[in-house]
Write a protein that binds this ligand. Structure first.
Ligand code: ZN
Length: 138
């Protein structure tokens, strides 16, 4: 069995951002040489998510509005977590959007359903943060 590991780094210009990282994951898969197996992609920080959904502007705005409705960034003093920091909302957003995704690898490709794309969801950006790509198989 082969094993491959790569870290991707993102430094978004906004506090919150939603980035389609499918091309970077596909590049990692090509580099791995793995044809059959599993690909794990996870955020390495507890204020960011990796998730799969449609790359459609309306949906991305809907997701952001929905998360802000559930856990608004402001006022920051509504969160008990916010003592030294102001990212209480970001921890809650990450919790609901998830830590990781796993995608089957078939014939050297990510074996997606219709319209599936991999996203990095940033909820406390403007600093370098990492995503782990781990691929195992043959
Ligand atoms: Zn925090």
């Amino acid at each position: 069995m082969k094993s491959y590991r790569r870290e991707l780094t993102f430094n978004t210009s906004h506090r919150r951002d939603y980035i389609n990282i499918t091309p970077q994951v596909e590049e990692a898969l090509r580099e791995s040489g793995i044809r059959e197996g599993m690909c794990l992609v996870n955020a390495m920080h507890i204020t960011a998510s990796v998730y799969i959904n449609d790359d459609e502007r309306g949906l991305l705005n809907d997701i952001d509005d929905w998360l802000e409705g559930l856990a608004p960034h402001e006022p920051v003093d509504r969160y008990r977590h916010n003592g030294m920091e102001d990212n209480g909302d970001a921890h809650l957003k990450r919790q609901i959007m998830g830590r990781e995704v796993v995608i089957a690898v078939t014939g050297g490709k990510l074996d997606f359903g219709p319209w599936e794309q991999i996203f990095y969801g940033e909820f406390d950006g403007r600093r370098a943060k990492r995503v782990l790509v781990k691929i195992i198989g043959e």
